[in-house]
Design a protein around this ligand. Structure first.
Ligand code: SF4
Length: 462
C-alpha cells in the first residue's frame, strides 16, 4: 500500500515538471514514506533520514520529508529526532505533498537568488561561506483528516511495459486489532466509487498493464459503510465483477482480506470470474482462539479454516499465503502449538511470520504477559522452519510441470534474467528477451525450485 501511495506522490511531481531520480545526492527533495507496523521499520526510516541529512551540506536547498504512518502517528515530534527535517505529511495528505515540497523549494530558491554568488555558482556553496537557508524555513506538519482523500490515490507513473500495477480501492480500517496501529494512522474505512476504480484500471490496461492488484487494509470489506449490496453481492464482489469486464486486463488479485466479511459471494466469485488469480493472501495471525481474542480478531480458528477449505473447493489449484504473529503477549506453548498445527493442516504456500513487536499506543503494548525476546525468537525460528519445509516441498512438486506465467520484467536479483509469476503468485525466473516477453502471458516448463522461487524455460510451441 505504501508503494502505491509513493507512486501517486511521484506521479504528481512528474506532472509538476520534476524528474524522479534513484540517486539521493542528486535529489532536490528526499521523501521517505514510512510504515509503523513494526518498530524496526520506524527505526530504519529514522536512521536513513538521519544519514541523508549530509546532502544538505552541499545542496542547501534540499527538502526532507516524512510521509505515511509514522509521520501520522508521531507528527511534530519527528522534528526533534531529525533536525534537518522540513515536512511531515500524514496518510490522508499524500496528494498535498507535491504542493508543500514545491512551495518550500521555491522559497528556498528565491532566498538563494538573493545571494549572488550562490545563484551564479549553483550548488557547491558551503565552501564559499554562503549561508544555508534557515532550515526551519517552511517547516510544515500536515496530518489532519481530509474527507475524500481515498479518491486521490488514482494516478500512475507511466512506466513502459508495466505488466502489473497496484490499485488502491480504499483507505483506513474500522477493526481494532489490539496489536495494530493502522486504525490510528490510516483512519476510518473509506472506499472509492466503483466507477472511479474501473476508470483507473481501464487507463492502466490502455497503457499495457495486464494484471491489477486491488489494495485495501481490509479489502473484502470495501464499501461496506458507503455502498449497498446488490443481488446479495457485497460492494467488493460488485467491484471485482466490474474490473473483470475491463478489456486487456487478464489477471486480478487483491490484498488483504479479513475472515470477517469473507462471505460465500466472494468464494463463489472464484468460480465464475476466471481472471481472479488462484491465490489469496489471507492473514490468520494465530491458530489459537484464546490469542485471537486477545488480539481482538473477532473470529475463531475454525471459521478461518472453513473459509480456506471452501476456497479450495471453489478453486482447486488455489495457493494460500498468510501472516502469523508469534510471541503475542500471554501466548503459551499450547497456543503456539495450535498455530503450528494449523500451519501443518492448511499447508500454506508461504507465510509471513513475525515476532510480536510492541507498538506504542496499542492495547497489546499495555497487556501483561509480554514474552521474552528469546522465546519469541525460538518460536519464530521453529515456525519458519516448518513453513520452509512445506514451501520447499510444494515448489519441488511443480518441477516438470508447465505453469502459465505473466512476465513482469528483469529479475530483481539478476538483471540478465527475467522474472514472472504464476497465477498462484509463485515467482518463476527464466531466460528470454526482455523486450519481447515483458507483459506477456505464456507457459513455462519448471525445471528447478527453492522454497521461494521456481526456475524454468519458456515453452516455445511448434
Ligand atoms: S484488520 Fe486489524 S491488523 Fe488489519 S489493518 Fe485493520 S486493525 Fe490492523
Amino acid at each position: 500500500m505504501n508503494e502505491r501511495d509513493s507512486e501517486q506522490v511521484a506521479r504528481m511531481f512528474v506532472e509538476g515538471g520534476y524528474t524522479l531520480t534513484g540517486e539521493e545526492q542528486e535529489a532536490d527533495a528526499i521523501l521517505v514514506n514510512t510504515c509503523s507496523v513494526r518498530d524496526q521499520a520506524e527505526q530504519k526510516a529514522l536512521g536513513k533520514m538521519g544519514m541523508m541529512g549530509k546532502h544538505r551540506e552541499k545542496r542547501a536547498h534540499v527538502v526532507y520529508g516524512f510521509m505515511g504512518c509514522m509521520a501520522q502517528s508521531r507528527g511534530e515530534e519527528l522534528f526533534e529526532r531529525i533536525p534537518h527535517l522540513d515536512l511531515v505529511v500524514g496518510t490522508q495528505k499524500y496528494h498535498r505533498v507535491f504542493g508543500h515540497v514545491d512551495g518550500i523549494l521555491r522559497k528556498r530558491m528565491e532566498e538563494r537568488m538573493d545571494v549572488l554568488p550562490m545563484s551564479l555558482e549553483g550548488n557547491a556553496v558551503e565552501e564559499e561561506g554562503i549561508r544555508i537557508p534557515d532550515p526551519a524555513l517552511g517547516r510544515l506538519v500536515d496530518t489532519d483528516v481530509e474527507e475524500g482523500s481515498q479518491n486521490t490515490i488514482r494516478d500512475h507513473v507511466a512506466v513502459e511495459k508495466q505488466a502489473s500495477a497496484f490499485v488502491s480501492i480504499m483507505q483506513g480500517c474500522n477493526m481494532r486489532c489490539s496489536f495494530c496501529i493502522v486504525p490510528d494512522t490510516r483512519g476510518q474505512e473509506r472506499g472509492r466509487p466503483i466507477a472511479d476504480v474501473v476508470e483507473e484500471v481501464k487507463r492502466l490496461a490502455e497503457q499495457g498493464t495486464r494484471e491489477v492488484t486491488l489494495l485495501g487494509q481490509i479489502v473484502n470489506l470495501y464499501g461496506r459503510t458507503e455502498f449497498e449490496k446488490v443481488d446479495g453481492k457485497s460492494p467488493f464482489v460488485q467491484l471485482l465483477e466490474a474490473v473483470h469486464e475491463v478489456e486487456g486486463i487478464k489477471r486480478i488479485r487483491f490484498t488483504s482480506p479479513h475472515p470477517i466479511g469473507y462471505r460465500d459471494d466472494l468464494v463463489a466469485a472464484f468460480t465464475y470470474l476466471p481472471k481472479l488469480c488462484s491465490h489469496i493472501h489471507f492473514p490468520m495471525q494465530s491458530g489459537s482462539d484464546r490469542i485471537l481474542k486477545a488480539m481482538r480478531r473477532p473470529y475463531r480458528n475454525e471459521k478461518f479454516v472453513a473459509i480456506c477449505e471452501k476456497m479450495k473447493t471453489a478453486r482447486p489449484d488455489l495457493a494460500i499465503t498468510t501472516d502469523i504473529i508469534v510471541g503475542f503477549p500471554t501466548e503459551t506453548e499450547e497456543d503456539f502449538q495450535a498455530t503450528v498445527d494449523c500451519v501443518k493442516r492448511l499447508q500454506f504456500d508461504n507465510s509471513f511470520i513475525f515476532r510480536y513487536s510492541s507498538r506504542k499506543n496499542t492495547p497489546a503494548a499495555e497487556m501483561e504477559g509480554q514474552l521474552p525476546e528469546r522465546l519469541k525468537e525460538e518460536r519464530n525460528q521453529e515456525l519458519l522452519r516448518i513453513q520452509g519445509e512445506i514451501a520447499t516441498r510444494k515448489n519441488a512438486a511443480l518441477i516438470g510441470s508447465r505453469q502459465e506465467v505473466l512476465c513482469t520484467g528483469p529479475s530483481k536479483t539478476n538483471k540478465e534474467r527475467l522474472s514472472s509469476r504464476t497465477s498462484q503468485n509463485k515467482i518463476v525466473i527464466l531466460d528470454g528477451d526482455q523486450e519481447r516477453l515483458t507483459g506477456e502471458i505464456f507457459e513455462v516448463e519448471i525445471e528447478d525450485s527453492t522454497g521461494f522461487t521456481l526456475f524454468g524455460t519458456a515453452v516455445v510451441e511448434g
